[in-house]
Design a binder for this molecule. Structure first.
Ligand code: MG
Length: 374
């Protein structure tokens, strides 16, 4: 028996929860295309993302540590894969569309600059000089709608509207001007999966690097103590102990999201997919949410602001600003295929797109190459 697209649609109808967004309900793509024989529209989106250049470049981009720091630290690529894993687990348990979750998760960080959030800040500062700004979710959208060229028939990857809207999570707000509108329950799952993934791997990377200390975490962080229960550090050894405690924490958080969200969906009597949910229905329980906040504050203070991390960040910012200035003054240094874009686009936007797309390593290489001119 062949599992063709219509058959996959029927299977989704039978197996997904009533509030899941079915692939057959997709509002489609900006440029219409012939449907794929064996894939749903969201599966096809996922494959287009995986085969994009921007996705491959994530392997060379900083999550917290610059990519050359060590072999076992997370890059933005491994982060995106971990987000996809967590999102799929939550989606399956809630009967949501796991393909859409996976697709949004793999695409959610495409627009990040080199050198992580520090790089984004430096880029925003440079853009402000032109009365413009930089925001990574918007840059992700620009990549999939414009910068990747895969077909003579359309710019970008021509993804479904549901995937694109899911990637734009923080850019639209409810009437209060503060609460972000997160399209679809599937996109809400990815948003929480993102938080679970980075709390989990930043704890791991922070401890592995020696920047975070076990005693301090155990003393200050309730989630850590919950994960530690009945495990012995001397018995297991440092690496295994770290792995097991963090593993327990991530399971605890995933289970909490699944159970609390299910309660919300039942209480709210949600019986159909919500394209613009009024509420964030995919969420931690109140008790767990407070614990996650405690952990987030701790990581902020003891990890992201640690001198070792912030000096890496400062160097990254210097590289981005210097390259931006250099290209603004001497655009002949840009590759020819970048310069032709000046015909259709403002110069500072072309320079921004070029630098934002770089990996850490590539940006550092160019920076060293032009050192005498900077
Ligand atoms: Mg992320």
């Amino acid at each position: 028996m062949l599992y063709t697209q219509p058959k996959l649609f029927t299977l989704e109808d039978k197996t997904l929860a009533p509030y899941a967004l079915r692939s057959s309900q997709s509002r489609g793509r900006k440029f219409s295309e012939v449907e794929d024989l064996y894939r749903t529209p969201f599966q096809r989106d996922r494959d287009r993302i995986i085969h994009s250049k921007a996705f491959r470049r994530l392997s060379g981009k900083t999550q917290v540590f610059v990519s050359s720091y060590g072999d076992h630290y997370r890059s933005r690529l491994t982060h995106s894969l971990e987000v996809a894993q967590v999102a799929r687990d939550i989606a399956v348990a809630l009967g949501l569309n796991q393909d859409l979750c996976e697709t949004i998760a793999l695409a959610h960080d495409l627009g990040h600059t080199p050198f992580g959030h520090a790089g984004e800040e430096a880029m925003s500062e440079m853009m402000a000089r032109f009365n413009d700004y930089f925001e990574h979710n918007e840059q992700s959208r620009r990549i999939v709608e414009k910068l990747e060229i895969k077909s003579p028939d359309y710019p970008g990857l021509n993804l479904t509207l549901e995937t694109i809207e899911g990637m734009m999570k923080h850019r639209k707000f409810h009437d209060d001007g503060k609460t972000p509108v997160i399209h679809s329950l599937e996109a809400q799952v990815v948003d929480l999966a993102d938080a679970i993934a980075y709390h989990h791997h930043d704890l791991d990377d922070g401890l592995r690097s020696g920047i975070l200390k076990y005693e301090l975490i155990s003393d200050q962080i309730e989630l850590w103590r919950m994960g530690e229960e009945d495990l012995s550090l001397p018995q297991l050894g440092e690496a295994l102990y770290r792995h097991m405690v963090i593993n327990r924490i991530i399971s605890l958080l995933i289970h909490d999201v699944i159970e609390e969200s299910s309660r919300q969906l039942v209480q709210g009597d949600v019986l159909e997919p919500l394209e613009y949910p009024n509420n964030t229905l995919i969420r931690f329980s109140e008790r767990q949410s407070a614990r996650v906040e405690e952990l987030a504050d701790f990581l902020g203070e003891h990890f992201y602001l640690h001198q070792k991390v912030s000096s890496m960040a400062a160097r990254g910012q210097k590289v981005i600003k210097s390259l931006f200035e250099l290209y603004s003054q001497k655009d002949e240094l840009l590759p020819a295929e970048i310069r032709v874009q000046f015909e259709a686009e403002k110069r500072h936007v072309v320079i921004k797109d070029y630098i934002a797309g770089m990996t850490d390593e590539f940006a550092l290489k160019i920076f060293e190459e032009y050192r005498d001119m900077l």
